[in-house]
Ligand binder design. Sequence first.
Ligand SMILES: *Cc1c(COP(=O)(O)O)cnc(C)c1O
Length: 420
Amino acid sequence: MKIETKCMHEGYTPKNGEPRVVPIVQSTTYSFDSTEHIAGLFDMPTEYMYSRFANPTVDAVEKKIAALEGGVGAMCTSSGQAASLISILNICNAGDSFISAATIYGGTVNLFAVTLKRFGIECIFVDADASEEELQKAVKPNTRAVFGETLANPAIKVLDIEKLARFAHKNNMPLIIDNTFPTPILCRPIEFGADIVIHSTTKYMDGHAVQGGGVIVDGGKFDWANGKYPEFTEPDESYHGVSYTKEFGNMAYIIKARMQLMRDFGCYPAANSAFLLNLGLETLHVRMKRHCENAEKVCAYLETHEKVQSVNYPTAKGNANAELAKKYLPDGCSGVITFNIKGGKANAIKFMDSLKLATNCVHVADIRTCVLHPASATHRQLTDEQLVAAGIDSGMIRLSVGLENVDDIIADIEQAFAAV
Ligand SMILES: *Cc1c(COP(=O)(O)O)cnc(C)c1O
C-alpha cells in the first residue's frame, strides 16, 4: 500500500459483519475463563489484559503509525512529552548521559536539561550542524543515545538525519528522532537510519486541536545486544526474569517500553483519545499537502513585504536549510513559518493582536491558522541575551499556516500589517 492508503486502512481490518470503523473499546479490563489463562498472559502478553498499557482501539492506531513510519511496532502515550520521556528512560539510567541537538522544542529542553538531570541523567546539548569530528568530542563513556528533531520547533531547522545516524551508530548508540512537524507523510526518519521515532500526535497527526497525545515507533534495526545495553539482554527482575532481546528479538525496545515503563508509569491514552487520533490520521496525507502549499504561498508573500525583516522557512530565498530540505523534505516542509517583523516586540504584538482570522493560541500544526509570540510566551523566561542565543528575535512571530483558503490567510495578514 502507498502511504495515502495506509493512512486509511492500516491497523484495523474488520472481519465479516464487524464494524467498518475501528470501535472504541471502553473497558479497563478483559475477561478470561481461567486463572491459568491469565497466568500465561503474565508470561507472554499475547492478549489484552489491562488498559493501563494496552487497549484494542489504541492498538489499532499504534499499528497504523508503525506502518506509516516503517517501524516494527509502536506505543501511544498520553502526550508528546511522555513519548520523549519514555524514549529516553527506556535506554538511560541514573548515571548515564545522552546527546541532543540544541535546537529542539522548548518543552523537551526543560525535560532534558532540568527534570531528567534531577533523576541523574545528563543531557549533552550539541550544535547539530557540527562536523562528525566535533560531535565525537561530546561523547562520554556513559553516553547512550542521540536525539534530534527532523524540523525543529520553533527554529525551523532541518536536521541532517543521515549524518547523526552515522555518528550514533559509529558509537554503538541508537538515534531517536522527534518527527512531529513533518509527520511520516513528509519524512520517514527510519529510511534515513533513525532507530526510534517519536511524535507529539497533538500536532498534525490529530490536526484538529482536539486531543493531546504522543507515540514512540521502533525501527526494529538497532542491535541492543551490542554489549552496551545490558538491561535489554539481562533478565528483568520486575518481569519474571525476561531478557527482552532473547524473548522479543527486533521488538525488544518497544516491548520493554510497554511491559516495563508503561506498566509502571501508566501514561497510556484512553480508547476514546485513540479513536479521535485515528480520525486525524485518516486524512493526514490530504492535510499535509495543503499545509505545505499554503505555507509556501504565505512565505512568498511575507518575503516581499516591506514590514518584514526576515522569513524563516526552508523554501524561503537564501534559507540555510534549502539543501537539507531538498533531501529530507522533498514533498514540502509542513505549515510552520517564523518571521521577524520590523520594529521588534511592540510591532509583533500590534500585528498579532490585529489578526482576525488567525488566532493567538498556545498551539501549532493545526488546521486553523494560529500565531504565537515565542519571546513573550514559550521563551518568556529567557533574558534578551538568551533569546539571541536561542535564535529568537523579540520581533519573531511563529505562524502556523492552516487549511483556510490561502487568499483569506494572506488578506488577514495584510490587514494586520496595515494596523502596524
Ligand atoms: C508539542 C511538541 C512536543 C510536546 O508534545 P505535547 O503533546 O505537547 O506533550 C514535543 N515535540 C515537538 C516538536 C512539539 O512540537
